[in-house]
Design a protein around this ligand. Sequence first.
Ligand code: PA5
Ligand code: NI
Length: 195
Amino acid sequence: MTLAAEGGLARELMMPWGVDIDLAEGAMAQPDRVLTRRASAMAGYYRDAAALDALIRAGDPVHYEVFEKTVPEAYGHLLLCVSKLYPGKVGDEYFFTKGHYHTVSGTAETYLCLRGQGLMLMKTASGLCEAAPMCRGRLVYVPPHWAHRSVNTGGEPLISLCVYPADAGHNYGDIESEGFPQRIVESQGKAVICT
Ligand code: PA5
Ligand code: NI
C-alpha cells in the first residue's frame, strides 16, 4: 500500500507491530535478523593481538550478537535491536563491541541496559571522551556525533535494547583508524579505565 505523504513523496505504509522482549533475560522473541561477531571479527581491535589469536585458535567463540527487527533503513523509521555482548577478556582487556560513529553523524541512539555490568565508551572526532556506567535499568543517551562502544566488565552477558534512526548507518572505518582513547582493563580484580 502506498501513502501520499507530505511533499508529494510516496512511501510504503507500514502496519503497526510489536515484539516481545523478556526484560529479565534480555531476549528478543523471533528477531528478523541476527548479526553474530566472533572473536575473529575483532582482529586489530585489542591491544594484545597474541591473546586474540589464542582465543580464535581455541574455538573462535561468539563475541557478541545483535538481534534486530527489520524496518526500512529510511528517514522517519526507528531501528530497534538487542545487543548481547558476552563476558570475557582478551589479555587484560574486557570484551567490547567494535564501536562506530553513525554514518549520518547527527543521529542519536538510546541504550537501555537490561542485564549485566559494563561501560559505554563514547568519543567525538574532536577528542572528547566519556565512559558511562551500564547496569540493569540504566538508560544511556548517546547524542549525535558521538562514537560508541560497549564494554562488558561483568561475569554475565551485557544486554541492551538499542533504538536509533533507521537511516543512521554504521561507520566503522573511522574507529578502525582512530580507536578509542580509553581502554577498560582488569587490574587487581577490578575494572579500571586506562588512557
Ligand atoms: O547500533 C548500535 O549502536 C548497536 O546496535 C550496535 O550495532 C551493537 O551494539 C554492536 O556494536 P557494533 O555495531 O559497534 O559492532
Ligand atoms: Ni550506534
